[in-house]
Design a binder for this molecule. Sequence first.
Ligand SMILES: [Zn+2]
Length: 380
Amino acid sequence: MISRQDLERLIQRQNGGKPVLSLFLDMSVDSNNKRNHHVFLGQKRAQFEELEGNRPITTGNGNESGMGTLFERILAWLDTDFDESNRGVVIYAEVDGDWFETLQFPVPVQNRLVVADRPVVGPLAQVLKSYEHYGVILMDREHVRILSVHLGTLLDELEFHGDPLAPTTNHHVQAGGYSHKRFQRHKLEEMRHFFKDFADEVEKFVARYQPSALVLMGTDQNVARFKEFLPQTVADLVIHTGPAPVDGPAAEILARLEPHLRQEQERESQELLEQVRDRARHDYLATAGLQGTLTALQEGKVDTLVVARDGQTQGARCSQCGFVFVRDVNRCPYDGNETMETVDVLEEMVRLAEQQGADIQFADANAIADLRGAAALLRF
Ligand SMILES: [Zn+2]
């Protein structure tokens, strides 16, 4: 499993002075139930061997290069430690160094291998972003069940039953002695009492798990009544409501919800793009295009960054001041430094946005072609 903390830790990682390999593997199975990551790994390995064949052997024992050893270690890890239920793997490792870290999760990533001075985090941010964490609340008048769901996987499950109210009047009156009307009133009072407790539990869940959205499931009447007990900030997180038996199997409920949640994500993404386009047209707190957006990021102005999914664009970073340029520059215009490192501009943008706590929205390259590769909503 991966979390935002993993991403932050990787971004803040101190440069260990050794080249870092970042490997992303699509571990989904094809129609024959087979995984095909070996093909990609084999191609990459052959490329490295070809490159190294032209260089003097630098390792001590003279028969295995750092890359060769690393590939062996990666294959061994995949054989023994990969969990077959997962669909995506990321491996970070120092070439000729000690650092070897693996992450695996239930969603696929695009195959990619990069060796650079820092770990590549863009695809990881993309995975985190596209499968946000949400809470599913299943309720009836007697109990509530809260499912915590991340990357389509059930992480945690909480359940609460209402504490029945003692009859408010004469305790010695037998059940049959209650008038029908009084009994009804008692049940209604009890429901309010339960709903208030359930709402407290949902509020606690939101505070503790920080879901990006909530789904509320139950009969229309119960859902409508229950919503009134939720604080506005919590009620605002509800993106979908619908009927579901409170005791239904979690896997079934999640499978049924999946299309609704995808649709909702798509709708939100469309809304954001419309807003960016509208603002960009009026030249109001927005940027469109790689250079303008990159500059705004480096000035700390970005509220929400929009970039292409699985995109890469070559640019340059000044080795002295760290400024990134979309175009090839031979000399930094800020400090005159002439040493430029080749970088992936989109990766640099994701890093900057994450470091500044800006939101990131990934969109299909075709869908944002009119925005020229990247765009942003600005804070000022
Ligand atoms: Zn510079």
